[in-house]
Design a protein around this ligand. Structure first.
Ligand code: AMP
Ligand code: GLY
Length: 409
């Protein structure tokens, strides 16, 4: 089977790495890929967002299955376009990806179907927004409706900050059309967990749970990013709570989508707050998480290619997934300045030595090859994953590998 992975970040490296291990994959392509992905796949310089060019590529290269990593092409209808031309794809259609592409639509879906989530108001003009803001207690949670590359959510302690966030979206149009509508949401208290599942309309197969850390600094401090690290399993979620997450959130959501005529196929990712009243949805994503995937896939014993093909062909039901009892921790190494502006093109040293440590896999996020050297090419540069008998052991190994790797900044 010829498989195309769409994307070029740490998540896509983890996907390509795992796909390449199975017996079914004869050739792996990646668009656009990165220096690490190219160790297991043939990189093709086509941007993930360019739907027409990806479809052409799948056609030209006679790809049997396209696995879509990031959300923009899903929301833009890449899977619809591939399927129209008779190609199999892993990922939801544009209708399903709306669960991530519109936070307003996702919130309304939850409300229509009784899926537990925080109370929210949907606003599209600043006057009404300011009036409704005072119906909420601080901290205020303000969310732009559309895709904003992780920058559309503001959690504000002070009212002025919340007002600023509302004005940025509704008046200054900082997010363009993605901020035409805004959610003001009840602030939920608790611990966060990422619950991902393979889904195909009827069947829902949860993956092991993970937790990710979005703030840039050590000790969970500083501004939000796309995600700076993750681990799996999540020790504060017992089997009973995990079963509740499946029964109260993941399954009802896929059923709700089906009831609205959407046969959801791909990964459903629920970002949850575990409140005293039970799990509540913070957000949905229509894809694998980044960097959760880099902490989840090293624990997967089953063949990923077989699983994603089963999803794409609608025969997921009853498919068992086997997991290692070991723990996995992934630590993101980022460029100085990220999530703001940063330099690129710095040589990365120590990669080979770090990779030789037992249990360690170094996933490339923002890297490129230049004159035979691997250089930085993004904000998040590497995701260093390590498995170990427990989280402490895995973390120790991950940081040991990080200490070996070096690049400017
Ligand atoms: P999101 O992109 O929707 O996951 O939001 C980014 C982060 O903002 C989440 O990971 C949470 O830490 C926080 N957040 C979002 N919504 C809420 C909420 N209703 N209550 C508390 N924290 C929230
Ligand atoms: N780690 C958060 C995300 O993938 O959206």
């Amino acid at each position: 089977m010829r498989v195309l992975v769409v994307g070029g970040g740490g998540r896509e490296h983890a996907l390509a790495w795992k796909l390449a291990q199975g017996p079914f994959v004869d050739e792996l392509l990646a668009a656009p890929g990165n220096a690490g992905i190219e160790e297991v796949a043939r990189g093709v310089p086509v941007r993930a967002e360019n739907v027409a060019a990806i479809v052409d590529l799948a056609e030209r290269e006679r790809v049997d299955l396209t696995v879509v990593g990031p959300e923009p092409p899903l929301v833009a209808g890449l899977v619809d376009a591939l399927e129209e031309r008779g190609h199999r794809a892993f990922g939801p259609t544009a209708a399903g990806a709306r669960i991530e592409g519109s936070k307003v639509w996702a919130k309304e879906l939850c409300l229509r179907h009784g899926i537990p989530t925080g109370r929210a108001e949907i606003v599209d003009d600043i006057t009404r927004a300011l009036m409704l803001l005072d119906a909420f207690d601080p901290p205020y949670v303000i969310k732009a409706d559309g895709l904003a590359a992780g920058k559309g959510v503001v959690v504000a302690e002070r009212r002025e900050e919340a007002v600023q966030a509302l004005e940025a979206a509704l008046v200054d149009r900082a997010f363009g059309a993605a901020g035409d509508r805004v959610l003001i949401e009840e602030h939920l208290e608790g611990r966060e967990v990422s619950a991902l599942a393979l889904a195909n309309g009827k069947a829902v197969i949860p993956l092991v749970l993970a937790q990710d850390f979005k703030r840039v600094g050590d000790g969970d401090a500083g501004p939000n990013t796309g995600g700076m690290g993750a681990y799996s399993p999540v020790p504060f979620v017992d089997a009973e709570l995990e079963a509740r997450i499946g029964a109260e959130i993941l399954q009802p959501t896929v059923r709700a989508l089906a009831a609205e005529g959407i046969e959801y196929r791909g990964v459903l990712y629920a970002g949850l707050m575990l409140t005293d009243e039970g799990p509540r949805v913070l957000e949905f994503n229509a894809r694998f998480g980044d960097p959760e995937t880099q902490a989840i896939l090293p624990r997967l014993r089953s063949d990923l290619a077989e699983a994603v093909l089963a999803v794409a062909e609608g025969r997921l039901a009853g498919m068992p997934l086997e997991w290692s009892p070991e723990a996995c921790v992934t630590v993101v190494l980022a460029s100085d300045g990220y999530p703001g502006s940063y330099g690129t093109g710095f040589e990365i040293r120590g990669l080979e030595r770090a990779t030789k440590l037992p249990g360690v896999t170094v996933f490339h996020a923002g890297t490129a090859r230049r004159d035979g050297k691997v250089v930085t090419a993004g904000g998040r540069v590497l995701a260093v994953s390590a498995v170990g008998r427990d989280l402490a052991a895995a973390r120790e190994r991950a940081y040991e590998a990080c200490a070996i790797i070096d690049f400017e900044g």
